[in-house]
Design a binder for this molecule. Sequence first.
Ligand SMILES: [Zn+2]
Length: 274
Amino acid sequence: MDEHKFLIRLVRCHLLVVILSQFVPLASVHGKHPYEHFTAFCSIGERTPGTPGHIKARDFIIERLKDPEVDTFRVLGTDYFNIYKRFPGSGSRIAFAAHWDSDVGCPGANDGGSGVAILLSLADTLKKMRPGCGVDLLFFDGEDVDAAELLGSKHFAATCIVNYDYVIVLDMVGDKDLQIFQEGNSKKFFPSFVDSIWDIGQSIAPNVFVPTVKYYIIDDHLSLIKYGIRSIDVIDFDYPYWDTADDTVEKCSRQSLDTMYRFVLHLIYERSVY
Ligand SMILES: [Zn+2]
């Protein structure tokens, strides 16, 4: 394809994305809205590793992704399952990650479920609309084991050979009262990248993305950073129900998931961050 035709196609693609994401209800264009994935996934209940709910949740994600890669590993007698769905694209590669397990005694709606919902909707869209770059969706297991052991992301990072432009971890992104400050560890390692991401976030949802650091969080991005992968955490840690039995679907909203979904679509299809 010559460059002219390529540019026309690129512009058309961008226009299509802008039109689709701004004016048409997401659900009708992109498949299931994240909120639909969210409520269905959370209806499984707790997803503590080693329990029947864990296996049910694993199978739910596998079924919705249609033939993903399942990376099984064992730690202290318990089986864990990382699930990856990869979408080809030319040139660079980016990834979005979320953990899908939940902590003991916590339904993990916002903590785990919200990120899974965004990734599942992304999978629907990426199937229909090819991205310009390669995109991997990484569902990590074993994040919430004990005091955030981050088992799945450690397992992934230790053997990762893909040279990602970046990996964005989404965790606790469904709170009704959504407000996302910059995360301290992300900012410490990648200050300008974090600022760029928050600039984009503010262009999508100025009342949600706050461009200052509030918390330093132990999350899956730390496993990746340790192995030299540029990764940041996008998380709303002002959530009183975190790690309690009250982290349920009703504490989250369709609107918050919608906002986050538009945000990641923008990152994928507009390609304005490097
Ligand atoms: Zn979490």
